[in-house]
Design a binder for this molecule. Sequence first.
Ligand code: BGC
Ligand code: NOJ
Length: 815
Amino acid sequence: MRYGYFDDPAREYVIERPDTPLPWFNYLGSEGYFGLISNTAGGYSFYKDARLRRITRYRYNNVPFDFGGRYIYVRDNDSQEFWSPSWQPVRTPVDDYTCRHGMGYTIIGSSRAGLRTETRYFVPPGETMEIWDVTVTNQRDTAADVSLFGSVEFALWDAQDDMTNFQRNFNTGEVEVEGSTIYHKTEYRERRDHFAYFACSADTAGFDTQREAFLGAYRGWDSPRAVAEGRATNSVAHGWSPVGVHQVDAVLAAGETRRIVFLLGYAENPRDAKFDPPGSTTINKRRVRPVIDRYLNGGAVDEAFAETGRRWDELLGLFHVDTPDHDTNRMVNIWNAYQNMVTFNLSRSASFFESGVGRGLGFRDSTQDLLGFVHMAPERARERVLDLAATQLSDGGAYHQYQPLTKRGNDAVGSNFNDDPLWLVLAVVAYVRETGDFGILDEMVVYENTPGTERPLLDHLERSLNFTLDRLGPHQLPLIGRADWNDCLNLNCFSEESGESFQTTTSQDGKVAESVMIAGLFCAAAAEMVDLAAQLDRTDLTEKYGGERAAMLARIESPAGWDGEWFIRAYDHFGNKIGSADCEEGKIFIESQGWSIIGGAGLDNGKAERALASVAEHLATDHGIVVNQPAYTSYHLELGEISTYPPGYKENASIFCHSNPWIMVAETLVGNGDRAFDYYKRICPAAREDIGEVHRAEPYIYAQTIAGKDAPTHGEAKNSWLTGTAAWNYVAITQAILGIRPAFNGLDIRPVLPKAWDGYTASRKLRGVTFDITVKRAGTGNSVALVVDGTPVDGSVAPMPEDGRDQVTIVATVS
Ligand code: BGC
Ligand code: NOJ
């Protein structure tokens, strides 16, 4: 069942009923000011850091869920009835409800009693504010007497403290009200130099800033007393819970539309100019007022909205495909690219499932996210790579996370997730392929943020690879450390205390447990290093890492890594196999199949095909490929968190969507475009739109997991939005299946398509040059003949033009 539809020309997903199975979210903002917004206007806003600069309050895990938001109330003063045009929080039935989630904006509209209200929410480029652009239209043939209320509930900045420290927080709240602007200034009197504001373009009939005065004691946001009575109380908050509410009264003639603009913003003042007059406790508004005034005028709002659209035109215009499959087109051209940018901006910090108070930026997460956005924001990718590398330890290891505000490694989580450094190699080489910026390799970057330790970035990559080579176990396979990509395969933890963190408790010395997945990842990273080194004429590096890779591949293919029908996953602390037919549960795992093959194992001896056949037989379901089978049914001290999840959830045999594209890529490496694309479609959100009642999460973006076949809710998606799934599916479809990849010297075209496709067209901008690509199928194989600007070329790479042209035409015939 569907809850809406894709409007591709508008680049929108249009939700047609408010009671979606879960709140379906979008994001506002892409620079410093960010917000989450659900299809019923739920969500919250923050400046840069979802924990430390929370602007509005949200109630996670609330009942009913998705509570706290950008709520508008309409009161029909003739009938004295009121409702929310976004349905929540009042939940009175509304007609013609639509929510249009677009690129960085959301429009929610509905009608009731002949009054149509529509609100467009977005963040103007370059500003630290959001706009709620509201129109109310009287569709009756008589005049309508209406009161409209716009409301926010302010968070007291530190979201963690805001949820816990009530003995203080109920005393600190402060606001100022001037004309139609409410300023929230809790703690501004002391050490904060920032404040929030909520402004309204209309002359207001009243306001409220004390929550209880607006709602009434023992009443909720679903029935504020001030709205029910049609009269805001002009309350001024002292302590308790500051809110911002504006009441606008209007008598609308038949057919008349009234536009009201609300601004919710964040502003900072220099420390020595905080107060006006100096010495008072009144906010100095001289800097912020011109900004507010500019946007209270509709023309500036429309111009800013158009500018947001132009920016997305530019970003999404960099890569466009036209394939025989609609779902592929809308994901690649619109939603998957969009999700890549949002995920890059926010990492894993703030979603319906990530409370914004948790983690910093993950080392492996950010390096993988880069693969999905590097073509859209190469300068930001460069900065991110250098920041990450500067947190690297001198032995090549990596802090598992770093804090974006301080750019320092997070000591509480520490290091020794032994896959981490290898992803840096993949990210840097992807960046250089995209940009041709070999100069980045010479950038002097410190280790562990320590001045005096500067070494060229290339040295960081070598140490990343050496980190693996310096830590080999009894089978000469890489030691796993606290975990590899699978954060929950904790082979050195042995925790018996409930509540202990599996990732930070390490009870074994870590000298035995090994990971075949890291072995495969090492081979992939070493291959990237070899390619890069060849460009730099560094034969010492080509030889060294070429040799180490060959040796590692041999181990993966030997009985140490090959179980007979598939690749073994790991060895535990006792040297026992994990992911082997010999095991009772967890006989086969997805990660070592994907990464062994991507690393190059089994490609010329049938093992890759055999392993992929085993994936199809044991792990693939109609809803995607599960992590492992059989699922673990009880807790295993020696396996860690993976065995804590009930079968079918998360790392214990769910469809962990991030890992599925590795199998898609592996399938293309053995030439099986049909199976690669089939797997792509099984988890493709757009292709799951029709089973919305099963999938339940947003059909326009990927979720982290889909419940596996062992779960009673098989097919249900969870943890949507911020996941490495976005980048990897983008890589799988664009680079492995459609076969368009940036190469050091041009654009490489090596499609591995489904047999039924007769081809596709695409346009891809690389380093300022637009490549127009036509792929035609002339036979059922995967060999490619390339004609570039009318001339046949050898191999699969269309070279960068040397004569300054910015347009290249490629015709690739696949047979
Ligand atoms: C999650 C992982 C996450 C880890 C962090 C696990 O429960 O499944 O995705 O990385 O916790 O502690
Ligand atoms: C989510 C984490 O952010 C990521 O780092 C990890 O690889 C996956 N979960 C799998 O455990």
